[in-house]
Design a protein around this ligand. Structure first.
Ligand code: SF4
Length: 273
């Protein structure tokens, strides 16, 4: 059976960077605030190396708090400092840019709009950097209903699709005479989605590797399932030979939070079938 990897798959730049920062602070006294990425296997591996996970700052009284790539709002930095804990900031530079753009717009008197998902931790952090006064828009209808204002500043969640961003911006152009659009999109997600789309159209079966709690992996699985038989797995151990009966070609993709070693194990297991 031929096994083909998607052109873009697995860890993005921001996740790779966050993991390597966490590893550099694996001293048994460092914890990430929330899981560093949505991949249980990677989180367990880091725990074994000496990087724990806390869900709340109340769980820590000494040591180092590692901020994950999604970032957090300014209040969290203040709370960490007030507790006398050290901070290691692994916020992805793309996310940082969105946060600081929102801050700058807000401080310059713009009504800030964030294009993205209301409940995503990254969007919540951008909102906090905008002083908590920004509006999050998810749909074109929401943009249409946005009231006229004097000065309007727009940023986006880093993982928003370009086409969606442009559609919402088009609806906002008439809402103010003074409008500033800061395109804070990162291309990693779209690259993985379009590579998965291309590959799924050329193979009999797709394996999408990554945490079941990873939104971007689940989205990849959905995209692939629209094109061919698709299985979302977390590890190679889940692979079943029955999936490939009469299949000549299998494709593999993986979310931005899936470690290379898991992708490799899946690839090797498929090649042996
Ligand atoms: S998807 Fe982009 S913005 Fe998000 S962590 Fe990865 S590189 Fe950074």
């Amino acid at each position: 059976m031929e096994v083909v990897l998607a052109e873009y798959l697995g860890f993005c730049y921001g996740v790779k960077r966050a993991i390597s920062i966490a590893k550099a602070h694996a001293d048994g006294k460092s914890c990430t605030l929330g899981p560093i990425i949505h991949n249980p296997q990677m989180v367990e591996r880091l725990k074994a190396e000496g990087v724990g996970v806390i869900e709340n700052l109340s769980e820590m009284s000494e040591g180092t708090v590692i901020i994950r790539s999604h970032g957090v709002g300014p209040q969290i930095y203040s709370k960490i400092q007030a507790k006398g804990l050290k901070i290691v900031d692994a916020t992805c530079p793309h996310v940082k840019k969105a946060q600081l753009s929102a801050k700058e717009l807000s401080e310059s008197g713009y009504s800030v709009i964030i294009i993205g998902e209301k409940n995503h931790p990254e969007v919540k952090s951008i909102l906090e950097w905008a002083g908590g006064a920004a509006t999050v828009l998810e749909t074109e209808a929401e943009a249409e209903n946005f009231a006229q204002c004097k000065k309007l500043g727009v940023v986006s969640q880093t993982t928003v699709a370009e086409a969606h961003f442009q559609k919402i911006v088009a609806r906002l152009l008439s809402k103010s005479k003074d409008i500033r659009i800061l395109r804070t999109i990162c291309t990693a997600t779209e690259q993985r989605q379009s590579a998965a789309m291309d590959l799924a159209a050329k193979v009999d079966v797709m394996l999408v590797v990554g945490g079941r709690n990873s939104a971007n992996t689940t989205k990849l699985a959905k995209i692939c399932a629209e094109r061919c038989k698709t299985y979302h797995i977390e590890t190679a151990a889940e692979i079943s030979p029955e999936w490939f009966v009469q299949s000549k070609k299998v494709g593999i993709t993986a979310g931005a939070s899936t470690p290379d070693w898991i992708i490799r194990e899946v690839q090797i297991k498929c090649q042996r079938m």
